[in-house]
Design a protein around this ligand. Sequence first.
Ligand code: DON
Length: 581
Amino acid sequence: MNLHTLRLSARIFASGWTQFACRMRHAHLHVAVLVLVLAACAELPRGAQQSAAVASAHPLATAAGKTILERGGNAFDAAVAVAAALAVVEPYSSGLGGGGFFLLHRASDGREIMIDARETAPAGVKDSDYFDSQGRPIPGATTRGGTSSAIPGTPAGLTHLANRYGKLPLAMSLAPAIRLAHEGFAVDVRYARIAKLRESFLQSGTGTAVFLADGKAPEPGYVLRQAALAQTLERLARFGNAGFYEGAVASALVETVRQRGGSWTTEDLRAYKVVEREPVRFTYRGATITTAALPSAGGIALAQTLGMLERFPPGAVGSAPTDHLVVEALRRAFHDRARYLADPDFVAIPVKELVSRDYARKKSADIDAAHATRSEALGDIDSARVESHHTTHLSIVDAEGNRVAATLTINLLFGSGIVPAGTGVLLNNEMDDFSLRADVPNAFELRGGLANRIEPRKRPLSSMTPTFVEDEKGVLVLGAPGGSRIVSQVLLAILEYLRNAEVDLERLVGMPRYHHQFWPDRVEIEPDSYPSEWRAALAGRGHEIREARRAWGNMQMVFKSKDGGVARAASDPRGDGVAWY
Ligand code: DON
């Protein structure tokens, strides 16, 4: 281990240890964590003047990205490798059974595009899958079992990214993930904790015993092998989309989903297509921001909140007068989300108008610096639903200046709880991101309008917000999981990045978070995050403050400076990810 490695280890150790220590009850787990952290860092020595960087939620996924860059791959190949590795080592968050968005910047021609690999509702969806004969929502219909899963997009996203933008063959970029699935990997404390949390869900799911050790949540250090997943990844590597969306894998997926009450057909899988979409692009106080397009609501929410805030003098996140304004902007942006936003291929949405300065001025005209607006005063929404608790983000820049910000998910922890036999593919429960009815909040307590109702082949509205920020300092690539709280996380980080001349990535990924989403009408804060004077100052303006039981998010960030092109990276101390640069 060289000096740089030691320094990196110490830094990660310092930022992560306090959190680990708070979470851990047993001393032997501390030792296990220490060993895992040091092992991960030993694999990832830090370059003195590195021009490439990778940040992901797991050291083995970051290592896969680094390997691919070292073998001559570009940021797009590395993103394939990292995303595929995350599918293996973080199966509760993302995977081949899910979907997501890849935001790309290609250095050679400046092309910027979002690959929309979001899942789609099967063609055979019907109201009776989700409502009983009295018209009441069926509990769990969108969160577990066959009716909760939408047709996966991630496999098609990976093949598209590799074939259209990568330099290396898909098989080469998938190789690290195949090895991890085949040979197994030692589960970390995070895996053990999440498996424990979802133990009974995994015990009662279909094929989900693969994530347990003899029917129980494994201890850290247990070697998890996923032979069937390795085989599916190999098929994808050899046959491209046909290896997943046709043939034996497709038939197995359809058969199991139908047995568990869903309506999938092999035609649904064959028909799946990624869509290249123009990202949302806007400027804020001179910086250019490029971010997610619909069917994510995240980019529009970011444009709207920043547009509203631009009217006020800039202030520090963490100072009550500024935070009050941020909350008011979030309240208004989430109100629009609930009313208007949905899959743009199904619903006409005036995006240009919604993100315009004119609209921001109108929408923020009634923000009162001294008093909170009641959400109900903004007007009702016509119908609704929301997001959930696991997902992953990766950020990459390479030496050529290519960039990727990708947020990928299977929605809630361990998705629908279905792993069709012989595939190793854990299916998503993304149907929960549709709006069943305005008065029925989803797992993220989001409510939404008719625009986002379930329809055949439609993509559910998302909050995932992979983003690039360019200013005179350089370019920041960022994103995070956290359902509806993704938007506020990215917003707070951008506000602080732009306010400071110094770029302190560790501070940006670690800073305490707050959130507002129109409904419920309250400001949510992370535990032990804001002092009593701050709370009193917000309460004095009429806000209800609610301290959440846990911190949220797992932000992954890379930065490349304008002068010199030096790359750096940081992983959220709330997670166990590792940044390499
Ligand atoms: O697309 C969305 O917005 C959600 N399905 C994302 C879920 C998520 O971030 C869960 N993470 N904690």
